[in-house]
Design a protein around this ligand. Structure first.
Ligand SMILES: C[S@@+](CC[C@H](N)C(=O)[O-])C[C@H]1O[C@@H](n2cnc3c(N)ncnc32)[C@H](O)[C@@H]1O
Length: 313
């Protein structure tokens, strides 16, 4: 295929490659059968781990695969919980090659909006059009830049802010500057009626030393320059301060619950936040689950300043 996503869009190709592999595991956590179609269509443009990769790259790749495996299933479950709680609008921010519209069971009347950049969505639509698969909900691709004019475009596509919405921000905040990430959270909050849900991924530990190390490891090095850190682990606290009530789960905790064990500790600690928009008189605040003791993490040490309250739930 001649037109494939470039720049930050290549991260979605890498994610599809990993999801295709994860779907072939006998003990898979999800089945993303469309992922391989995107990989095949993108051909050489997919950043894969080369067969002659050295030990360091293999270790990084395995850790990243476990991370994406767990992250995907965690957010599958959360979106299932959101529609079970009554949300009939779903917005996948920076959807990339996300195929949840096709592979998850949606209640009748569910509208699902996928927001991403033009190069990503044109590639995705071309691949999908070449198949006979149909979404299991009313799917609306929305071409927009999440650092610019996306709110108007989403409203024009049919989002109704007076109704509860389930939002997903997976694999995007880390690519934004802090101010851009905060504006995104503000916009989502402004568009969210009470009982809306927000699921997002946050990351801490993106130090200069780490980025320098990653830069030395092709093909991951090209992604290091795209990481800007977002709110660097402060997203949950931000939501708690702005009318959301919820919970933050560290990657190690989520992995443990799903029976997945990364073979090294993550140099970047990812966490997954799930929150509900409160009504005017309801208390807000986001709590955090600490990692199980055997995972060897020290999350509770990092709970300071505006960080959310630690729990063991
Ligand atoms: C790592 S991929 C994640 C894709 C998807 N959420 C998933 O988990 O499979 C990052 C995605 O963010 C999109 N993206 C990055 N910056 C963006 C922006 N400013 N506006 C819209 N989309 C953006 C890219 O096009 C890409 O699809």
């Amino acid at each position: 295929m001649d037109e494939v996503p470039r720049g930050v869009g290549r991260t979605a190709l890498a994610t599809a490659w990993i999801r295709a592999r994860a779907s072939r595991r006998p003990d898979r956590l999800f089945d993303d059968w469309l992922a391989q179609l995107f990989v095949d269509a993108a051909g050489d443009a997919v950043p894969v781990v080369p067969p002659d990769a050295d030990d360091q790259l293999r270790m990084w790749a395995r850790t990243l695969m476990t991370y994406l495996d767990v992250r995907t299933r965690f957010f599958d479950d959360e979106l299932g919980a959101a529609v079970a709680a009554g949300c009939r609008q779903v917005v996948v921010l920076a959807a990339g090659l996300d195929t949840r519209a096709f592979r998850l069971p949606w209640p009748d009347g569910t509208l699902l909006f996928e927001v991403d950049r033009p190069d990503m969505l044109s590639f995705k639509e071309r691949v999908l059009a070449s198949t006979s698969f149909r979404p299991r909900c009313e799917r609306h691709p929305v071409v927009a830049d999440l650092t610019e004019d996306w709110v108007d475009r989403l409203l024009r596509a049919g989002l109704r802010p007076s109704l509860p919405t389930a939002w997903l921000a997976e694999g995007i905040l880390v690519y934004l500057e802090a101010a851009q990430a905060e504006r995104l959270l503000t916009n989502v909050t402004d568009l969210s009626a009470p009982s809306s849900r927000f699921a997002l991924e946050d990351a801490t530990g993106l130090s200069k030393e780490l980025l320098d190390e990653v830069r030395r490891i092709p093909p991951m090095g090209e992604f290091a320059d795209l990481w800007h850190g977002g709110l660097q682990g402060e997203s949950a606290a931000w939501l708690g301060d702005h009318g959301w009530r919820g919970h933050e789960t560290t990657f190690t905790r989520a992995a443990d619950r799903l029976g997945r064990r990364p073979d090294q500790s993550m140099p970047v600690e990812g966490s997954f936040v799930t929150a509900q928009r409160t009504g005017p008189s309801e208390p807000a605040g986001v709590t955090r689950a600490t990692a199980p003791r055997h995972a060897g993490a020290t999350e509770s040490n990092r709970l300071n300043g505006r960080r959310p309250t630690a729990t063991t739930g």
